[in-house]
Design a protein around this ligand. Structure first.
Ligand code: NAP
Ligand code: HSE
Length: 425
C-alpha cells in the first residue's frame, strides 16, 4: 500500500513529539516540515527535511495532508485556508485559529470535500473530541465543564502543594512545554475560552466568539486565597463551562472561564499537575468524566498522530470526509451575560481594624440583597485584617454592584479577591 504523504507546519514542543511518533508509523511519510527559523538547533533524534517556506508544502501536489502545529491566529489561518484551497486535508492542534475562524474553515472544508481533524486542540492527550463526535452522538449534550488548561492547573497545584510562587510555577510549566508561546493565553484564560468555543460547536452546533465568553484568569490568585479556601474545605481551580441556558424563553448558552472554589471532595478538585478533566452531561448518558494529560509533548502528539492515522486509513474511501466532519452550523451562538448567572461567591476584603466594620459590610451586602452564609475575620497585622465572606446564591451583577460600593468605603484597604464557588449543576 502506498504511503500517505504529509507535510507539517511547526517543529516546536508538539511538532517534535509528532516527528518522534510518526517515525514508528509505516503508512505515513512526513515529507517536509516548515519552521520559522531554519537555523535553529533541533533535538538530536529529529531527522526531517525542513524549510522556512510554508508554501513549499502547500504547493506540493504529492502532499495530501497538512499537520499544523505552529499555533496562533495569523498566519496560521492564511496557511490553513491555502492548504484547503489546494485540496489538502488538515490535522491541527491550534484552538485559537479554530475558535476564531471555525465557521469559515469548516465551511471551506465541506465545500471541498476535505476533513479537518482537531483532537489535540482541546484537552491534549484525552480523546475528548472523537468521544463527543462519535461516542456521544445519540445524546443531546446539556453541558461540558472541566479543567481544560494544563498550565494553570499545574501552577495552582504547585502553588498549593509546594508553596511556591506563581512566577516559579509558571517558569516550570514553560520548561515542561505545557505553556503557550505567550503564557498570558494560559494564565488569563484565553486558551480555555478558545477550547470552550470548540466544545460549544461540538455540543451545541455553533462556535462561540471567544471575545463574547466571560473570562477571568488566575493571576489574581495568591497563597493567601489558596490557604483560606483550604480552611473552608475548597481548592481553587480554573474552570471552563459551556451549558444550555434559557433567558426569558430565549435559548442561549452560558459559556465562561473563571477560577472557582471547588469542594475538596469533588472530582474537579482532585485533578492536579498538567492533567485535565472534563465532565460531559448528556440526556441519555447522564454524566461522564474523562481525565488525563491536558498538555505536553507526547500526550499532545498522541492525539495528533491518532488523527493522522485515522485520516490515512480512510483517505481513499468514498465520502470519508463527510463521515468524519462535525455537523457545525455557520454563524455563532449567542451567550448570556455573566451578570445574569446566580451562584455563591467568596469575597476577601482587607480592612482597617476599627470598630463597626463588619456591620458596615453587612449593611452594604444586605442592601444589594446578598445573604451572607459565613463571615470571618482572619489575622490582624499592621492594624489591617482579612475579612472573608461566603455568600448565598446571588446574581453576579449584584455582587459586582456591592463590590463597587465596598471599594468606595474608607474602611476598605483592598478588595483582595472575588471568586465564584462551584456548584454541581
Ligand atoms: P512551540 O513550541 O512554540 O512551536 C511552534 C512551532 O511553530 C515552532 O517550531 C516554530 O518554528 C513554528 N512556527 C511559528 N511561526 C511560524 C511561521 N510563521 N511559519 C512557520 N513555522 C512557524 O508551540 P507548541 O507548544 O509546539 O504548540 C503548537 C500548537 O499546539 C499550538 O497551537 C498550541 O496551542 C497547540 N498545543 C500545544 C500543547 C502543548 O502542550 N504545548 C498542547 C495542545 C495543543 P521555530 O521552531 O523555527 O521557532
Ligand atoms: N497551553 C495549553 C495548556 C496547551 O496548558 O493546556 C494544551 O492545550
Amino acid at each position: 500500500m502506498a504511503k500517505v504523504v504529509a507535510g507539517m507546519i511547526g517543529l516546536g514542543t508538539v511538532g517534535t513529539g509528532v516527528v518522534r511518533l510518526l517515525a514508528k508509523e509505516k503508512k505515513i511519510f512526513l515529507k517536509k516540515v516548515a519552521v520559522r527559523d531554519i537555523n535553529k538547533a533541533r533535538a538530536d533524534d529529529i531527522f526531517c527535511s525542513v524549510t522556512n517556506d510554508v508554501y513549499e508544502l502547500i504547493n506540493d501536489p504529492e502532499i495530501e495532508l497538512i499537520i499544523e502545529v505552529m499555533g496562533s491566529d495569523q498566519p496560521a489561518y492564511e496557511y490553513l485556508t491555502a492548504a484547503l484551497e489546494k485540496r489538502k486535508h488538515v490535522v491541527t492542534a491550534n484552538k485559537e485559529v479554530l475558535a476564531k475562524h471555525g465557521p469559515e474553515l469548516f465551511a471551506l472544508a465541506k465545500k471541498k470535500h476535505l476533513a479537518i481533524f482537531f483532537e489535540a486542540s482541546v484537552a491534549g492527550g484525552i480523546p475528548l473530541i472523537s468521544t463527543m463526535l462519535k461516542g456521544l452522538e445519540a445524546n443531546q449534550i446539556n453541558s461540558v465543564t472541566g479543567i481544560l488548561n494544563g498550565t494553570t492547573n499545574f501552577i495552582l497545584s504547585s502553588m498549593e502543594e509546594h508553596k511556591i510562587s506563581f512566577a516559579s510555577a509558571l517558569a516550570q510549566a514553560q520548561a515542561l512545554g505545557f505553556a503557550e508561546a505567550d503564557p498570558s493565553a494560559d494564565v488569563e484564560g484565553f486558551d480555555v475560552a478558545y477550547k470552550l468555543s470548540i466544545l460549544s460547536a461540538l455540543a451545541f452546533g455553533h462556535f462561540v466568539k471567544p471575545d463574547s465568553i466571560y473570562r477571568e484568569g488566575i493571576t489574581k490568585i495568591g497563597q493567601k486565597d489558596l490557604e483560606i479556601a483550604d480552611s473552608f474545605g475548597y481548592r481553587i481551580k480554573l474552570v471552563g463551562t459551556a451549558s444550555r441556558f434559557s433567558s426569558n424563553g430565549n435559548p442561549k448558552l452560558d459559556v465562561r472561564v473563571q477560577p472557582m472554589l471547588i469542594p475538596k471532595q469533588h472530582l474537579l478538585a482532585n485533578i492536579s499537575g498538567s492533567n485535565n478533566v472534563i465532565l460531559v452531561n448528556g440526556d441519555a448518558v447522564e454524566q461522564l468524566a474523562m481525565v488525563g494529560p491536558g498538555a505536553g509533548q507526547l500526550p499532545t502528539a498522541s492525539a495528533i498522530v491518532g488523527d493522522v492515522i485515522n485520516l490515512a486509513n480512510a483517505l481513499h474511501l468514498p465520502d470519508f470526509a463527510e463521515y468524519f466532519q462535525p455537523e457545525i452550523e455557520s454563524g455563532w451562538s449567542t451567550v448570556t451575560d455573566e451578570g445574569n448567572i446566580s451562584r455563591r461567591f467568596y469575597m476577601r476584603l482587607v480592612v482597617h481594624d476599627v470598630p463597626g466594620v463588619i456591620g458596615k459590610i453587612g449593611t452594604i451586602l444586605g442592601k444589594n440583597e446578598i445573604s451572607i452564609q459565613s463571615i470571618v475575620q482572619r489575622g490582624v497585622k499592621d492594624e489591617k485584617a482579612n475579612v472573608i465572606i461566603l455568600t448565598d446564591f446571588v446574581r453576579h451583577s449584584a455582587v459586582n454592584k456591592a463590590a463597587a460600593e465596598l471599594k468606595g468605603c474608607d474602611f476598605l484597604d483592598e478588595l483582595a479577591n472575588l471568586l465564584a464557588i462551584f456548584e454541581e449543576q
